[in-house]
Design a protein around this ligand. Structure first.
Ligand code: FCB
Length: 479
């Protein structure tokens, strides 16, 4: 870690051909989405309510009072969307399956029309020459499971295991890559401690129990998928590159606690069969008696991964601060005497996130150093929301900032590959503008612009740039 990292991603040592970064033969390019962010069709074909349906109805939680009820109407427009993916030249498409479409109340028999939707999607992707890559859980927990304790309780692990079996049985012969969970950090801590995502609560030990149950659910699902399907199996995490605000020992200690919260609580059990040794420093009384952990759980969580998915957007700067709540009985799990801010002196995106591509290289290099058994890496999300992302007088969207973001981050990835890290592929976030959680529709991450009034899809300049990159890659490796 260093106090400030500079952007060296365009330094002369970069492997560049025709101005584009060069990737090894076999490297794949994709784009990603998530069910609640794009599908709409909220009440159709027997889909049950999810925690996001509930959360969006709570006043003041989502910018503009928005919800995913209609979103990009992908539930009806998927043939058009797959045609756009094909023109883009995608090797693979990462989508998520809405659990409430498969089991409307989270348990019980499969809802056939819900399964049929994904069945058709997978077949159409294969017809278009695109490898389907499915995430089982991208945050839309059936509300009925939340009502019985959600991720705080072990019975939700059993429910997820059952759901996984249903999906594996129906799609397991055709999905090429599986992601059990997306960003369990966000589910556990943004959802149950910061309270900015569904279910929107501010809790202490229950949030830590949720973290464990998510890992355990992943482990059970990974075993089922590996045993019964043809696809490779992984998880999409968002390990963060954390930078101490200063070299003051208090800031360094805060950064170490933030490492536990953001990174080692996930990576240590998954990759090293242990709980982080720093957890007592980080949570003190909140983790004194972790009754939610049972003997044998670590063996399940450590089920070997075919790949580790990494979502990367920006580094976070960490400084020491006193506890917000001095009382440990009411303190939340993210109140660890650390504040999070954004690095100055670099460009910031429309999310206000600092653009620091070299942090991606450093994150991956550091992970390899810390976990010698690191599985092959797939970048499962990377991209930027930009201002002024609307069609100009010529009808086009000249999103040059997004192109620069993608170009510099893909270049940073080649640095990591040159450092000896096994990186297999890259999914841009996102295929299209969509419902950006608490920000509603105000943040646009898409390669494709969505007019939410007419549902018109317009490829942005970044879409054409990405097409050029993918074509160039395949031409480079054609014998
Ligand atoms: C990630 C989420 C994804 C999207 C991007 C911008 O944390 O996985 O759904 O919202 O951020």
């Amino acid at each position: 870690m260093s106090a400030s990292e500079t952007d060296r991603s365009l330094s002369p040592d970069v492997s560049v051909s025709g101005g584009l970064p060069v990737f090894p033969r076999g490297f794949f390019f994709g784009a990603a989405t998530a069910s609640y962010q794009i599908e709409g069709g909220a009440g159709e074909d027997g889909r049950g309510p999810s925690i996001w349906d509930t959360y969006c109805r709570r006043p003041g939680r989502i910018t503009g009072g928005a919800s995913g009820d209609v979103a990009c109407d992908h539930y009806h427009r998927w043939p058009e969307d797959i045609a756009l993916m094909k023109d883009l030249g995608l090797d693979t498409y990462r989508f998520s399956i809405a659990w409430p479409r498969i089991q409307p109340t989270g348990t019980g028999p499969a809802n056939t029309p819900g399964l049929d939707f994904y069945d058709r999607l997978v077949d159409a992707l294969l017809d278009a020459g695109i490898t389907p890559a499915a995430t089982l859980y991208h945050w839309d927990l059936p509300q009925a499971l939340e009502d019985t304790g959600g991720w705080r309780v072990r019975s939700t692990v059993d429910a997820f295991t059952d759901y996984t079996r249903i999906v594996a049985e129906r799609l397991g012969d055709r999905v090429g890559r599986w992601f059990t969970l997306n960003e369990p950090f966000c589910t556990a801590f943004v959802g149950h401690a910061i309270g900015r995502h569904a279910p929107g609560t501010r809790e202490g030990t229950p949030a830590l129990a949720a973290a464990h149950h998510l890992l355990l659910a992943h482990g059970h699902a990974a075993r089922i998928l590996k045993d019964t399907t043809r696809g490779d199996v992984g998880i999409a995490l968002n390990p963060d590159r954390l930078l101490p605000a200063t070299h003051d020992p208090a800031d360094l200690a805060a950064c170490a606690r933030a490492e536990t919260l953001h990174n080692t609580i996930w990576l240590d059990p998954l990759l090293a069969h242990r709980y982080p040794t720093t957890e007592t420093d980080t949570w003190g009384p909140l983790i004194q008696d972790p009754t939610w952990r049972h003997d044998g759980d670590l063996d399940i969580i450590t089920t070997p991964l075919d790949f580790l998915g990494i979502n990367y957007y920006r580094p976070i700067t960490i400084a020491h601060t006193p506890h917000q709540d001095p009382d440990p009985t009411t303190r939340t799990a993210t109140d660890i005497r650390a504040t999070e801010t954004w690095q100055d002196g670099v460009r910031h995106t429309a999310m206000d996130w600092p653009v620091v591509p070299s942090s991606l290289t450093d994150l991956l290099t550091d992970l390899k150093h810390r976990y010698p058994t690191l599985p092959p890496i797939v970048i499962t999300e990377n991209g930027s929301a930009e201002h002024g992302d609307t069609p100009g007088p010529d009808g086009r969207i000249h999103d040059t900032d997004r192109i620069t973001y993608l170009h510099t981050h893909l270049t940073a990835l080649t640095h990591a590959i040159n450092n000896g890290i096994d990186i297999r592929g890259y999914y841009a976030w996102s295929l299209m503008d969509n419902f950006e959680w608490a920000h509603g529709y105000t943040k646009r991450f898409g390669l494709i612009h969505i007019d939410y009034t007419t549902q018109t899809r317009t490829p942005k300049d970044s879409y054409h740039w990405y097409h050029h990159l993918i074509t160039h890659h395949h031409n480079t490796h054609t014998p």
